[in-house]
Design a protein around this ligand. Structure first.
Ligand SMILES: NC(=O)c1ccc[n+]([C@@H]2O[C@H](COP(=O)([O-])OP(=O)(O)OC[C@H]3O[C@@H](n4cnc5c(N)ncnc54)[C@H](O)[C@@H]3O)[C@@H](O)[C@H]2O)c1
Length: 389
C-alpha cells in the first residue's frame, strides 16, 4: 500500500485552464491533484466566461489577481511572477487542447492535457517534439489507466500468465445519449459538433480510453484496422454515436472495439478482455477492484485489489487502502496525478534513471490515440475498408 509521503520539498504550483463551475471533469482534476498534496492550485483561467471563471476561482481559494480571463493572460501573468505556476492542466473541450498545450510548453510549463489530445496527428507530433525540446512533462489524462487491477493485469500479461495473446475485445458503450440529449445539455452538444469535438465523437470521447488501456496492458501494435461508424440520431452526422473497429495486430493477434453512446440502459460498460493461448483476463470499469482470471480447464478466479497474492509492486504503487474497502475513479486519477508529480520532480532534478522506470500516460500515448482516430475515420469514411496503421 502506498501513502502520501512527499519525497520532494514543496508542492508543485499548479494552474488549470477550463474545468469551470458545472463542467463535467474539472472537479475530478482538482480533487485528484490535491489528493496527495503534491499539487497546489494557485491560478486559473477556468471558464470561457471570464467573469464566471473569476468568481468560481475565488470560491476555490485562488487569489483574485490569479483568476485570469483567458489562457494567454494566465500564462503571461504567471510567467511574470517569481512564484508563478510550474504546471497546468487543460480541461477545455477538445478544440482548444492543441493551442493551449503549445502555449503552455512555450512558456516552460509542465502540461497535463485532456484527451483526445488534438484534432490531427501533425499537431500531436508537434506537441511531442516541443515537450521534448523544452524538457517538460506532458501527460494525457487517460484517467482509467490508474486503476490498480489494470496494473495487475499488465504484470500478469508481461509474466506470460496468458501465454501468447490471440484476441482482445474492447468496449466502452454507455446509453446516456440514446435520445437527442444534446438539445438540453451543453456538455453533450459540443461533443457532437465537429468544430469543437474534432473528427469523431464516441471514438475520441470513449474509444480512445479503452484503446489506450489495450496498448498499456498488452503492448500490441495495430497493423491494420477496419472501422464502421454511424449516427443513430441522424442530426449527429457526420459524427458517430456508435462505432465498431476490427484490428489485425502485428504478430498475428486480432481484436475488436465497440464505442457507443446509444447502448440503451447501459451505465458505462467499459470492458477489456485479453485472451491468450492458456488463459484470459477480463476487467470492467464498473467493478474496478476485481480482475477476472480464467485458466482453460479450471474454475474462474476473481482477483481482488489490496491482497497479498497480487504481483509484487502492484499494491505498493497504487493501492491506497486494504482489500475489501472499495477504491474507485478518484483513486485511479489520484494515482496518475501522483505519478505526474514524481515525474515533474525527477525531470527537474534530471533523474533520468528514475524517469525511465516510471510509467504514466504521456504525450506519445496521446499521439498514438490521435493516429488511431485518424485511421478509424479513414477506414469508416471510405466504406469500412481495411487501412494500414
Ligand atoms: N479523462 C476523462 O475521463 C474525461 C471525462 C470527461 C471529459 N473529458 C475531457 O475533458 C475535456 C472537457 O470536458 P467536459 O466534459 O468537462 O466539458 P464541459 O463542457 O463540461 O466543460 C468545459 C469547461 O471548459 C471551459 N472552457 C471552454 N473553453 C475554454 C477556454 N478556451 N478557456 C478556458 N475555459 C474554457 C468551459 O467554460 C467549461 O467550464 C474534454 O476534452 C473531454 O474530452 C475527459
Amino acid at each position: 500500500m502506498f501513502n502520501e509521503e512527499r519525497h520532494f520539498t514543496a508542492p508543485i504550483r499548479w494552474g488549470m485552464v477550463g474545468g469551470g463551475r458545472g463542467s463535467e471533469i474539472g472537479y475530478a482534476h482538482r480533487a485528484s491533484a490535491a489528493r496527495d498534496r503534491f499539487f497546489q492550485l494557485k491560478a486559473g483561467a477556468l471558464d470561457l466566461d471570464a467573469a464566471r471563471g473569476r468568481e468560481f476561482g475565488s470560491h476555490l481559494g485562488i487569489e483574485p489577481e490569479r483568476c485570469y480571463a483567458d489562457y494567454q493572460a494566465l500564462f503571461a501573468g504567471e510567467a511574470a511572477r517569481a512564484d508563478g505556476i510550474q504546471a497546468v492542466s487543460i480541461a477545455t473541450p477538445n478544440d482548444m487542447h492543441y493551442a493551449i498545450s503549445k502555449a503552455a510548453l512555450e512558456v516552460g510549463l509542465h502540461v497535463i492535457c485532456e484527451k483526445p489530445l488534438t484534432f490531427t496527428s501533425t499537431e500531436a507530433q508537434e506537441l511531442v517534439d516541443l515537450a521534448k525540446a523544452k524538457r517538460k512533462l506532458f501527460a494525457v489524462m487517460y484517467g482509467y489507466s490508474g486503476y490498480p487491477m489494470l496494473h495487475q493485469a499488465r504484470e500478469m500479461i508481461h509474466q506470460g500468465k496468458l501465454g501468447e495473446i490471440r484476441i482482445v475485445t474492447l468496449q466502452f458503450a454507455h446509453g446516456f445519449h440514446s435520445t437527442a440529449i444534446e438539445e438540453q445539455s451543453a456538455g453533450a452538444k459540443w461533443r457532437m459538433n465537429p468544430a469543437i469535438s474534432g473528427p469523431t465523437y464516441v471514438l475520441g470521447d470513449l474509444g480512445t480510453h479503452t484503446y489506450y488501456l489495450m496498448e498499456m496492458l498488452t503492448g500490441l501494435e495495430v497493423d491494420e484496422l477496419c472501422c464502421m461508424r454511424q449516427s443513430f440520431i441522424s442530426s449527429r452526422a457526420p459524427l458517430e454515436d456508435n462505432a465498431h473497429v476490427m484490428f489485425k495486430f502485428k504478430g498475428g493477434a486480432v481484436g475488436t472495439l465497440w464505442a457507443s453512446s446509444v447502448n440503451a440502459g447501459s451505465m458505462h460498460q467499459q470492458k477489456i478482455r485479453v485472451i491468450g493461448e492458456k488463459a484470459s483476463l477480463e476487467w470492467w470499469d464498473e467493478y474496478p477492484n476485481q480482475l477476472r482470471y480464467e485458466i482453460q480447464g479450471q474454475p474462474a478466479q476473481i482477483l481482488e485489489r489490496g491482497l497479498g497474492y497480487l504481483a509484487q509492486g502492484v499494491d505498493g504503487i497504487c493501492s491506497r487502502i486494504g482489500g475489501g474497502h472499495p477504491e474507485g475513479f478518484f483513486e485511479s486519477w489520484a494515482n496518475l496525478y501522483h505519478r505526474f508529480a514524481l515525474a515533474i520532480d525527477a525531470l527537474e532534478r534530471e533523474d533520468h534513471a528514475f524517469l525511465e522506470q516510471l510509467w504514466y500516460p504521456d504525450v506519445q500515448a496521446g499521439l498514438c490515440g490521435v493516429k488511431w482516430l485518424e485511421a478509424c475515420v479513414k477506414s469508416a469514411d471510405n466504406g469500412a475498408i481495411w487501412v494500414k496503421f
